[in-house]
Ligand binder design. Structure first.
Ligand code: FES
Ligand code: FES
Length: 160
C-alpha cells in the first residue's frame, strides 16, 4: 500500500516521515522516530500515558492518525527539558516523588504543562479535573496534584 508523506515539526524541529494511513501518531513517534517517552498504556484514549500537544492542544497520540499531523506542530515529553535543564514540573515531580513506576509520568507532565500554559493560577479542583484523563496506579495522585500546584505558585512568583 502507498505510504503517506507527512511534514510536521516535533519539539520545534522539522520532521518528515512516511507512514501507513492507519498508523497512529503514537506508533510513529515510538517505533519510527525513536521518541519513546510517550507511553502506550491502553491504546484507546483512556489513560493519558501517550499525551502530546498538537498545535498546543492536549491530545492522546494513540487516537491521532499520523497523517493528521501533517502541517501541524507536535510537542512530546522529549521537548520539555531544555538541554540538561529539566522543566520546573519535572524537577518538582522528582522532588516530591510524584512518580513511581513512571509509565504515566510523561503524560502527566505533558498534560500539566498544557494546563499551566493556559492557566497559570489553577485551583486544586481545576488541576484535578484537567488531569482526570491521566491515570496512575502508583502514586495516589496527591503528590502529582501537589507538584503541579507548587510549580504553578513558583512560576507565578518568578513572573512577578
Ligand atoms: S495509550 Fe493513549 S490514552 Fe492510553
Ligand atoms: S507512576 Fe506508575 S502508573 Fe503512575
Amino acid at each position: 500500500m502507498a505510504k503517506t508523506h507527512v511534514t510536521t515539526t516535533i519539539n520545534g524541529e522539522p520532521v518528515e516521515f512516511l507512514c501507513d494511513a492507519s498508523q497512529t501518531m503514537l506508533d510513529v513517534l515510538r517505533d519510527q522516530l525513536g521518541l519513546t517517552g510517550s507511553k502506550e498504556g491502553c491504546g484507546s484514549g483512556d489513560c493519558g500515558a501517550c499525551s502530546v500537544t498538537l498545535d498546543d492542544r492536549l491530545v492522546c497520540s494513540c487516537l491521532i492518525l499520523a497523517p493528521e499531523a501533517d502541517g501541524h506542530h507536535i510537542q512530546t515529553i522529549e521537548g520539555m527539558a531544555q538541554g540538561d535543564q529539566l522543566h520546573p514540573l519535572q524537577k518538582k515531580f522528582v522532588e516530591l516523588a510524584a512518580l513511581q513506576c513512571g509509565i504515566c509520568t510523561p503524560g502527566f507532565l505533558v498534560a500539566s504543562k498544557a494546563l499551566l500554559d493556559r492557566n497559570p493560577d489553577p485551583t486544586e479542583t481545576e488541576v484535578r479535573y484537567w488531569l482526570a484523563g491521566n491515570l496512575c496506579r502508583c502514586t495516589g495522585y496527591d503528590k502529582i496534584i501537589r507538584a503541579v500546584m507548587e510549580v504553578a505558585a513558583d512560576m507565578r512568583e518568578a513572573a512577578r
